[in-house]
Design a protein around this ligand. Structure first.
Ligand code: GLY
Length: 369
């Protein structure tokens, strides 16, 4: 199957996220950074922008971002960087950035406008600062990783890690705009592209067998960030995510929980490896392991489980974890708010394109997986 041809007359696609309390656009395009200012002007009145980024993305993209905003008349565009990596999703960095935003806001009559330029860490951290500073200020997500573009930038889950538990302190706080220029992804290392593709595979398994098949046929193009294939795929993932978020924005109806396929075991492996595995690598292992549970429970056929494993392998993702003591993995599992909250609850596929929430999975099966 081939992607629809790249429509140069409509270089941007807009997906509208409509919630009871608020609506916002997710704009995705290629080489469209110069249009960011105009999109911001459509949603907020601010003339000043506090840009949060990290030490890897800042040097690559912040100067151009600042120039384009200044060309569009934004006055004070202040860029602050946090160290690259998961360690920045901490209380310490949260307090540090709160202090920076507070300094930035002094003497400015309007509430601060934050713009998070980066991957999931920057988006989650900056979003949490935005959620809490002055009881909420506007923020914009400009994801620069494939993972953030297809998943974490949309949906308003913001927060930091705490006491060894991932995302345990946080909030639901929606951005005013998600703006994606896929050409910024060109600077990603292949390892980071793979990590984002793990989430793409997730969307295929939980909701869209056509997307899954497209990935099977086009994984090489996707690994190479071919513009058409990437635009096509990111657009579909965003549509799926927007639909899920609209139906269950606060993750309480068991609908949004589907996005955690592969993540329950994945998060535990990620933590047990002290983040030696990237998020996508851990989720890849998690999806394969959770498929083992689905197979044991008679929910998933062998062929489908094999297709998931093969696709992940073809993408270059690990499908088996290094050995960690089971007790260690369980100790992290028991800290997972969704796992304990739902009594050993797992999202398990029943076929490619469909999943079901299963509670009360026996520990023996989890151990086997
Ligand atoms: N990344 C999972 C969610 O947004 O619910």
């Amino acid at each position: 199957m081939t992607a629809p041809s790249w429509d140069t007359t409509a270089p941007e696609k807009t997906i509208k996220v409509t919630l009871d309390t608020q609506s916002y656009n997710v704009v995705v395009g290629y080489n469209n950074l110069s249009r960011l200012g105009r999109h911001i002007r459509q949603v907020v009145k601010n003339d000043n922008v506090f840009v949060l980024t990290d030490t890897r993305v800042g040097p690559l993209h912040a100067v151009r971002l600042k120039e384009t905003l200044q060309t569009d008349g934004f006055k004070d565009v202040t860029v602050v960087q946090v160290p690259e990596g998961e360690k920045s999703k901490s209380m310490e960095e949260y307090l540090n950035i709160l202090g920076e935003v507070h300094r930035f806001s002094r003497g400015k009559p309007e509430k601060a406008l934050m713009l998070n330029l980066g991957g999931g860490v920057v988006g989650d951290l900056g979003g949490f600062v935005a959620a809490t500073y002055t009881r909420g200020c506007n923020y914009i997500q400009v994801p620069t990783s494939l993972l953030a573009a297809v998943d974490s930038s949309l949906g308003g889950k913001v927060g930091v890690d705490f006491a060894g538990a991932k995302n345990i302190v946080g909030s639901f706080y929606q951005p005013g705009l998600v703006f994606i220029d896929l050409s910024l992804l060109k600077t990603l290392e292949t390892k980071e592209v793979r990590t984002g593709l793990a989430e793409v595979v997730k969307y295929g398994v939980i909701k869209d067998s056509t997307l899954f098949r497209y990935c099977e046929d086009n994984y090489e193009k996707l690994l190479g960030l071919d513009p058409e294939a990437t635009f096509h795929t990111v657009g579909i993932c965003l549509q799926i995510k927007a639909g899920v978020v609209q139906e269950d924005v606060l993750d309480r109806k068991g609908i949004r929980a589907a996005l955690n396929y592969g993540h329950t075991i994945g998060h535990a492996i990620e933590a047990a490896s002290s983040y030696g595995y990237s998020h996508g690598e851990a989720v890849s292992i998690g999806m394969v392991a959770e498929n083992v549970i689905a197979r044991e429970l008679g929910l998933l056929d062998r062929e489908s489980a094999g297709r998931v494993k093969n696709l992940l392998k073809n993408i270059g993702l690990p499908v088996v974890s290094k050995k960690f003591p089971v007790s260690e993995v369980f100790s992290y599992l028991s800290r997972d708010k969704k796992f304990t909250g739902g009594a050993n609850r797992f999202v398990l596929p029943t076929e490619i394109g469909s999943v079901k929430l299963v509670s009360g999975v026996e520990e023996r099966l989890v151990e086997k997986a």
